[in-house]
Design a protein around this ligand. Structure first.
Ligand SMILES: *Cc1c(COP(=O)(O)O)cnc(C)c1O
Length: 389
């Protein structure tokens, strides 16, 4: 593909490979493919369409209603889970777009209108809507207390709402010390035990769980999928690993393949003498005669400003340092050792050239962040080409 300044190449065969790695680990369990944040910067519509075509996940998951609507408008019919729920006044859209919201507070039952609004629009649409219920087992963010689950299910039943799934989320499943993840898993397993009580038990709070179809349970994110099989339950929710990265620090042994490569053009080259300052704030001053290449990518594209004076790119197969501050649309490199580099050539910003590689996790380390933030930061308007379908 011809391209202007910058191009992201998304390798769909790597995506399929990574999905297969999830399948291999979790056996026949359902897979909920997490494609929030524009599929971690990879382009949600294309990622969803490829997954559905090659190895359909049980569900797709996005954060918000608006992300889900973009997928529906692109004719994606698969079940979509809304991980951050939905505002009460937009529940009608949940129904009309056939989405599955996550409910996560008791207020939605006590009359703030969320469930009521939902059940009203249900009647309007005369269509049953399913929801997932989030339980807080230690994240301290969304979710009702484990002790509230039975009561919640009863009320949901009264409203005619089908609770199809119950989920929780790990706070630190990426650590090698899994003790807190084990506590969280034990908590959700207790909920499962409560709900699977056989018929004949005393109905709790007037509600007999034996009479309903048991919801399916899901807890595991990429970290847990990679090293904590105890948490697989009925379904898993991989995000990061689908895109080829492991959230586990210092462990590169997993056979994941990064899906996104970013290349950007050299828009100017000049040779400057020693003692020349480069970029805003003059944080870099050349020590000798230096060949400086200006690259057409900057923080407006999602190349973090935190990589000023510490990032690296690959030019003609050679690793070269970012010098001076990263600008909004440009970044400067010291290419003194790359005599053949010309204006119009491209350099690799994220990816591999020969033996050299700079991946999102390498950049994350240098920028003091996580690969998630590097990937999600890649702007939606960056031109993307999809290969390997
Ligand atoms: C983002 C997210 C995931 C995916 O997490 P990864 O670490 O990217 O695998 C799973 N579940 C929930 C609730 C999430 O918000």
């Amino acid at each position: 593909m011809a391209f202007g300044q910058t191009l992201a190449t998304i390798d769909l065969s790597a995506l399929s490979h990574n999905f297969t790695q999830v399948e291999k680990r979790v056996g026949g369990r359902k897979i909920i493919a997490v494609i929030k944040a524009n599929a971690y910067g990879h382009g949600a519509i294309a990622i969803a369409k490829h997954l559905i075509k090659s190895s359909p996940p049980a569900m797709l998951a996005v954060a918000s209603l608006d992300e889900a609507i973009i997928l529906r408008e692109a004719k994606i019919a698969a079940p979509i889970l809304l991980l951050t729920g939905c505002p009460a006044d937009r529940m009608g859209e949940v129904v009309s777009y056939r989405l599955t919201p996550t409910l996560f507070d008791t207020k939605s039952l006590a009359g703030d209108g969320r469930l009521i609004a939902l059940s009203r629009s249900l009647k309007l649409a005369s269509r049953k809507v399913t929801v997932h219920l989030k339980v807080d087992t230690g994240m301290g963010r969304l979710g009702i207390a484990p002790s509230q689950v039975v009561g919640f299910l009863k009320k949901a039943e009264d409203f005619g709402i089908v609770v199809e799934g119950i989920l929780s989320h790990f706070a630190e499943a990426d650590l090698s010390d899994l003790s807190f993840a084990k506590e969280q898993t034990a908590t959700i397993k207790n909920v499962i035990t409560t709900l699977t009580k056989k018929k004949g038990c005393d109905p709790c709070e007037g509600y007999d769980p034996c009479e309903m179809t048991l919801p399916f349970f899901h807890l595991a994110n990429s970290a847990a999928i990679l090293h904590f099989p105890e948490a697989y339950l009925d379904a898993v929710r991989p995000g990061l690993m689908l895109y080829g990265y492991s959230p586990l620090e210092g462990k590169k042994s997993f056979t994941l393949r990064p899906v996104m490569t970013i290349r950007s053009r050299v828009i100017a080259i000049k040779t400057v003498p020693a003692n020349t300052s480069i970029s805003y704030g003059r944080t870099y001053v050349t020590k000798q005669t230096t060949k400086v290449a200006t690259i057409g990518i900057g923080y407006a594209d999602g190349y973090p400003r935190a990589l000023s004076n510490c990032g690296e790119m690959i030019a003609k197969g050679r690793r070269v340092p970012v010098i001076g501050r990263v600008c909004m649309d440009m970044t400067m490199l010291d290419v003194t050792k790359v005599p053949k580099l010309l204006v119009g050539d491209f350099v690799t910003v994220i990816g591999q050239e020969g033996k050299e590689a700079v991946w999102a996790d390498d950049l994350a380390k240098k920028a003091g962040t996580i690969p998630y933030e590097i990937l999600c930061g890649i702007k939606g308007n960056m031109p993307r080409e999809y290969v390997g379908a």
